[in-house]
Design a protein around this ligand. Structure first.
Ligand code: GLY
Ligand code: MN
Length: 357
């Protein structure tokens, strides 16, 4: 049986030779404790014994109910004073922290009048632990993907001349909530016509017109885990040029997915897709990386990017999302979520991809 998450996280203590780990960001705290905090929360993972969760009084009952295998403490004092005392109490002088998520304010407060305290960055360690999912995490991601796919069905049913991007986004998000998703993984992207040339377009009041491409990039969350899928749709038929872009992106995505397997470099997956787009002359319009891990956060490790030095491993769940964006004309992105398995990969999303005419 796979090791529980807390034990996998605890291994960082020995690896980095620290006395304990301290987390103050909501994602890592949820990942380890299952408590979904709001703000002002800290989690100390000691060498032995249960992790200690520090919450404000108003969160105490919910923290007791939601958190798993943790000791829940209420802090009566100021946040930074409570953490400082808690670290002293458990004799943690050398503290492992994910620097990418810790405020300079907190570090300054913990260091003040303390000659002994030392900090060690464990960002890469925690990212690496989180990148390989447990069976339960994969199930939650699969459910998030299922709900996200309902969103595409609703988008296609609702698509008509004149409907505004925001209205379509609202219908999608209504379907997410009514199907059991408490929140979105990220603000829904519905980008039509020339807006679709912006990879992170913000859904606007623009009415959707015939002949336009519509990039719909959406993600439901389920039990704290994200789905992240993109489909490019059309309302009526689109120009030959837009079709050419669409099928180039589709081929790039298929080729990358075909080659994704354990031990391949994340950067190689990226270059496979990039090479397909090069053959079509669209490489310079592919202005982001091929994909990223998903989990508690929508963007996690590994990064499927030319700059990444990571190697893919079984249990990772990554997006594969090539795109082409041409200013003034439009854009295409097709994104699916893929689980790396021992023998290759499984595409977790099943929604049809060829949705243009
Ligand atoms: N779904 C947004 C992104 O992956 O950037
Ligand atoms: Mn994505």
């Amino acid at each position: 049986m796979a090791k529980p998450i807390v034990e996998r996280v605890r291994e960082i203590i020995e690896k980095r030779n620290v006395d304990c780990l301290l987390f103050t960001d909501l994602s890592n705290i949820f990942y380890i404790s299952r408590f979904k905090g709001f703000e002002g929360i800290a989690l100390i993972v000691p060498k032995d014994g249960a992790p200690k969760l520090y919450v404000p009084k108003l969160e105490y009952e919910r923290a007791l109910e939601e958190s798993k295998n943790t000791e829940v403490h209420v802090y009566e004092e100021r946040f930074e004073k409570t953490i400082k005392e808690a670290l002293e109490e458990c004799k943690c002088n050398k503290v492992g922290l994910p620097y990418y998520k810790v405020s300079f304010w907190l570090i300054s407060a913990l260091s003040k009048n303390s000659d002994n305290i030392k900090f060690v960055d464990v960002s890469k360690d925690i990212m690496s632990v989180r990148s390989v999912k447990t069976f339960e995490e994969i199930n939650a991601i699969k459910k998030a993907i299922k709900i996200t796919e309902i969103g595409f069905a609703v988008a296609l049913e609702s698509l008509r001349e004149g409907i505004r991007e925001l209205e379509l986004a609202a219908k999608i998000e209504y379907a997410f909530k009514t199907n059991g998703s408490l929140e979105v993984a990220f603000p829904s992207i519905v980008a039509s016509g020339t807006n679709s040339a912006l990879p992170h377009a913000i859904a606007s009041t623009k009415p959707i017109r015939k002949g336009e491409l519509i990039v719909v990039d959406i993600g439901a969350k389920y039990e704290g885990y994200c789905g992240d899928l993109t489909r490019t749709l059309s309302l009526g038929s689109v120009s030959e040029k837009l079709k050419d872009i669409f099928y180039a992106v589709l081929e790039a995505q298929k080729e990358a997915i075909k080659n994704i397997r354990p031990e391949i470099r994340a950067s190689e997956a990226d270059s496979i897709a990039r090479n397909v787009l090069k053959e079509y002359g669209y490489e310079k319009y592919f202005i982001h990386s091929l994909g990223h891990g998903i989990g508690v956060d929508v963007h996690e490790f590994p990064r499927l990017s030319s700059k990444s030095d990571e190697i893919l491993k079984p249990g990772m769940v990554v997006t594969v999302e090539p795109g082409v964006y041409i200013k003034g004309l439009g854009g295409v992105r097709i994104e699916d979520d893929v689980l790396i398995t021992e023998s290759g990969n499984t595409i977790l999303s099943t929604y049809p991809r060829d949705l243009i005419i």
